[in-house]
Design a binder for this molecule. Structure first.
Ligand SMILES: [Cu+2]
Length: 394
């Protein structure tokens, strides 16, 4: 069963109508549509991705709406360097619609890598409106100006008109335009969203974020209880690529080589008080108490690096992956996470072990968790400046 994609969805604000699956297939056979063409399809029909009309109650159910803006900005690292990025921002923490004229500078300042987390509930009607706010930091004449964007909801198994693949059938969203994606997620779990225009470049520039689909009961996932949760996105960047995109708009991707390895968009710094360090980010420093169970929602975005997540004091219980519960959870202390994968991990924070073993459940104190694929422990060629964070057990 797929997440139900409500067909009145894919539409450009004010300029087009919804397209249906038959239209998409027809366009495929015809070789797609010309960029910039309006999306015109049959009149909007409420259907789900299995071809069935949704129950009337669903069509009138309240909608959880998010306004998400694509924009560019600057990402500053704890080593003092910074890079050009393109990504997603919300106008305010409630994902409200920005007033006109859009304050691009505000959006650029609010840009985060990864983008703002989209947190929804299983079975609710979700509407995500992507606004292409344009660019603030590309120079006049840049080949990147006017670039369209989309959102692909990775793992939600949606219909083509809201799958975010450009020209299948909807073209990418041009600057100043918007496009509405609407769906009902059927499975709780951890998912990703990212742009799918010129995917290699746009994603690696920072155009990604997490979708969390919550289950029926608070503080549970797949029927398992947890006390606290952290979302950890592992990613890599080539800051040279980012700069080339800013000015030229494209680059020979065979020359792409990561120089930064990130956890939630940050690197670790040996200066433990550095405010930009991963361990001084409340979303990344894992603070918990003895006796608690911590849920880690881990995902990765990468070009060719496999992250291998290793906590020093614990074994994860892997209870789900890619938005599905595992029928037989298993334990890992060294977990490979490749690009696009998501893992839902439970960590039981135990008392200090009283026996001979000193390698597990250390009780109160600090322990590190890092990428065990060693390149990922560096940034700008220096160690230890990569994807590393800590557990702080209180
Ligand atoms: Cu894009």
């Amino acid at each position: 069963m797929q997440a139900r994609a409500l067909a009145r969805i894919g539409r450009f604000g004010g300029i087009g109508a919804a397209a249906a699956v038959g239209m998409a297939l027809l366009l495929l056979l015809q070789g797609g549509r010309a960029p910039g063409d309006d999306v015109k399809g049959p009149p909007a029909v409420e259907r789900d991705s299995r071809g069935a009309a949704p129950a009337p109650a669903e069509a009138t159910a309240p909608v959880h709406e998010f306004h998400v803006y694509s924009v560019d900005g600057e990402l500053e690292f704890a080593d003092g360097n910074a890079t050009y990025v393109v990504g997603f921002a919300n106008y305010d923490d409630a994902f409200g619609k920005a007033p006109e004229p859009i304050d691009k500078a505000r959006l650029s300042k609010r840009l985060t890598v990864p983008g703002p987390e989209l947190r929804v509930k299983k079975g609710e009607r979700v509407r995500v409106v992507l606004h292409n706010a344009g660019l603030c930091h590309a120079p006049d004449g840049s080949g990147f100006l006017g670039t369209p964007h989309t959102i692909h909801f990775h793992g939600l198994d949606l219909l083509a008109p809201i799958d975010g693949v450009p020209d299948l059938p909807a073209p990418g969203v041009p600057e100043g335009q918007e496009y509405t994606y609407e769906f009902v997620p059927d499975f709780e779990g951890t998912y990703l969203y990212h742009c799918h225009v010129d995917s290699a470049s746009h994603i690696l520039l920072g155009m990604y974020g997490v979708v969390v689909v919550e289950g029926d009961e608070p503080k549970t996932i797949y029927g398992r209880h947890y006390d606290r949760e952290y979302t950890l996105v592992l990613s890599e960047m080539d800051t040279h690529h980012n700069e080339v995109l800013r000015t030229k708009g494209r680059m020979d991707m065979l020359t792409w080589k990561s120089d930064y390895f990130l956890i939630n968009g940050r690197i670790f710094s040996a200066n433990l008080k550095n405010p930009l360090s991963s361990i001084n980010d409340p979303k990344t420093r894992i603070v918990c108490k003895v006796g608690e169970t911590v849920l880690l929602r881990v995902s990765a975005i990468a070009n060719n690096h496999t992250f291998v997540l290793h906590p020093h004091a614990y074994h994860f219980e892997v209870i789900g992956t890619d938005g599905r519960a595992l029928p037989a959870p298993y334990f890992k202390d060294t977990l490979p996470v490749t690009s696009g994968e998501r893992y839902d991990l439970l960590v039981k924070i135990g008392e200090k072990h009283k026996g001979a073993c000193q390698s597990c459940n250390i009780g109160k104190g600090v322990s590190i968790m890092h990428d065990h694929n060693m390149g990922g422990m560096t940034s700008a060629g220096k160690y230890p400046q990569g994807a590393l964070t800590i557990f702080e057990v209180q």
